[in-house]
Design a protein around this ligand. Structure first.
Ligand SMILES: CC(C)(COP(=O)(O)OP(=O)(O)OC[C@H]1O[C@@H](n2cnc3c(N)ncnc32)[C@H](O)[C@@H]1OP(=O)(O)O)[C@@H](O)C(=O)NCCC(=O)NCCS
Length: 153
């Protein structure tokens, strides 16, 4: 990842850019109205990657007692494959572990090879599957990560 990228918590002024990332990354994007509550209170952790004043990606976690769930993440199409997604997830996992949440789990579409590759590289392990979980009938894969995971790199 370029040294010019900084990772920080999302704030309200990021909402339009977050909605742009949603539209770029998902067939059913979340609106600013859906994203806004995730910035309030302590239930969620949302981190953004900023480069040259632009948002290049984000990751959203839900805080649960002693663990967390990775709900959503996206990186702008032109910036994918450069490690930005991994850097965002790593930063979130470090923060959550520091808060006493060393376990993280997530659901991902079985066809999402890029996301699955990223998660496995960061130490997530397949923990189950839910056939027909998504509205279009696709299977969800359940992944779980405990502890420190593999070293950075
Ligand atoms: C998933 C996503 C966030 C990854 O972001 P990213 O910045 O490209 O992630 P990284 O560059 O850190 O890692 C991606 C890895 O997947 C690999 N990859 C990319 N496309 C792949 C594919 N089709 N099959 C297998 N691996 C693939 C990359 O080579 C890279 O692996 P490497 O680091 O070992 O080379 C991005 O693809 C995205 O925004 N997708 C749309 C939204 C989405 O699917 N979000 C996840 C579900 S919530």
């Amino acid at each position: 990842m370029s040294a010019a990228v900084s990772i920080r918590p999302a704030v309200a002024r990021d909402l339009p850019a977050l909605a742009d990332l949603e539209r770029d990354g998902f067939a059913c994007p979340w609106s600013t109205a859906a994203l806004e509550p995730c910035l309030r209170g302590d239930d969620h952790l949302m981190l953004v990657a900023e480069t040259a004043g632009e948002l290049g990606g984000f990751v959203l976690f839900l805080r649960l007692p002693e663990e967390a769930e990775l709900l959503r993440m996206a990186v702008a199409s032109p910036l994918r494959g450069r490690g930005l997604g991994a850097e965002l997830v790593r930063a979130g996992l470090d923060r959550l572990a520091g808060e006493g949440r060393p376990v993280c789990h997530l659901e991902v579409r079985a066809s999402n090879r890029a996301a699955i590759h990223l998660y496995e590289r960061l130490g997530f392990r397949l923990a189950g599957a839910r056939p027909g979980y998504y509205a279009d009938g696709e299977e969800a894969r359940l992944y779980r990560r405990e502890g420190a995971g593999p070293p950075p790199g």
